[in-house]
Ligand binder design. Sequence first.
Ligand code: COA
Length: 464
Amino acid sequence: MRAGKINIMNKLDYFFRPRSVAVIGASRSPKKIGHVILRNFLEGGFRGKVYPINPMAGSLFGLRCYPSVLKVPRRIDLAVVSVPAPLVPKVLDECGRKGIPSVIIISGGFGEVGNTELEQDCLRIIRKHRMRAIGPNCIGVYEPSSGVDTFFLPRYKLERPKPGSVAFISQSGALGSVVLDWMAMKGYRISKFISYGNALDVDEAELTEYLASDSSTKVICCYFEGLKHGRRFYDTLRKVSSRKPVIIIKGGRTEEGTRAVSSHTGSLAGSREVHSAAFRQAGGIEAGTLEELFDFARVLATQPSPKGNRVQVITDGGGFGVLTTDWLIHNNLALAGMSRKTVSSLKKVLPPHVVIKNPLDLTGDATVERYSMAIDASIADPNVDMIAVIALFQIPTLTADIVDVVSAASDRSSKPMIVIAAGGRFTEVLKKTLEDSGVPTFSYPEKAAAALKALYDFSREARA
Ligand code: COA
């Protein structure tokens, strides 16, 4: 297939599912970026062909090195460029002449340091050869299913998350990589991760549109500083946001932060208020912090849409029940009122010191059986739209199989269910098991309530 015959959307596929990759600037030195990128392709599960390109090297990791992509006898789907900025136009031209459809430019030293002329030279070459490019000044793509990994951070220093259904687009590479490491540690999963830097060619709008049609992605998360093509992004967001949640965190919200943006990616941050209003109008979900972004993403990726805003709280600790209630109401959610039928059936099976209200306090001698009955009753009750289970695992009567009971109930429930569990090491182990089985967990009621609100808002948006 010749590059000229591939349409634009298909060309983006080459970034995520190439059959062959050239690493240009594959250094002999283990500490250099090009070396690490090559190593990650070879050791990270990529099953396609890998061609190291370096005129100074004979072979690397037992693979023959080529002085230029033009000397590679086979077709190349993706080139990852990691040579100093002044050399980039020349290697891009070689990529174009070779018919390579997609290029990721890792190198820095372009618009972000005022070198816009060099950036424009690169753009002309990309357009001339009808290539698509991500970057420059980026760390590129991580796609766990295909094994594409252009992140130049060694795997022993930065863990990679397993395949999942949350995609992340980040203008900043460093922020993106830290988030990736953190996600892996927490057991959160990812479908695709793209750090796109200066957005010379492929920009946030096109990536959002691409992810909207990506069957492995359920939720799209974005970190932006300044939008390359604001109008185009908002038009895309409007189209995408009723089908898939798009969660956005914006950098450069203060005057000082805005100044930092222009020296980071060379883009204009714009006013926070203007962006916030436009995100919301276009149906985007704005997160205040990175943690909130992932709280929202976990719930939106794993939980069904609620039919309404009525939440049943089930707890073994009164104080946590009260705080959760406060935060639910603060977020314009409502406490569910269980039906009379549910209340009378629970009265028959629960001990008399359990007050069957909302919050439903199973008290300090709560057992797994009590939780099981309360959760089942909430699932069955038509007056309940969402379920918040507070499980303070420290009480002696609560055994570790609470985790199995909650995850099994979550599997068969058509209502969203989240768990709030605060504590130390023992609690964290159980929470990780719940997360692994697709039940979102929270340490703090305010965070759980905000995430349920995001889920409810999206379900309303999707229904509208
Ligand atoms: N084709 C392929 N390889 C070439 C080449 C060419 N035309 N010309 C030179 N090379 C080789 C070099 O010989 C070297 O290999 P060696 O170490 O085995 O000799 C290798 O490419 C790398 O070149 P080098 O000059 O050593 O550069 P470097 O590795 O020190 O730096 C960058 C290159 C791209 C990493 C650096 O310029 C840069 O941009 N750093 C910032 C990256 C960044 O922060 N990106 C954004 C993240 S958010």
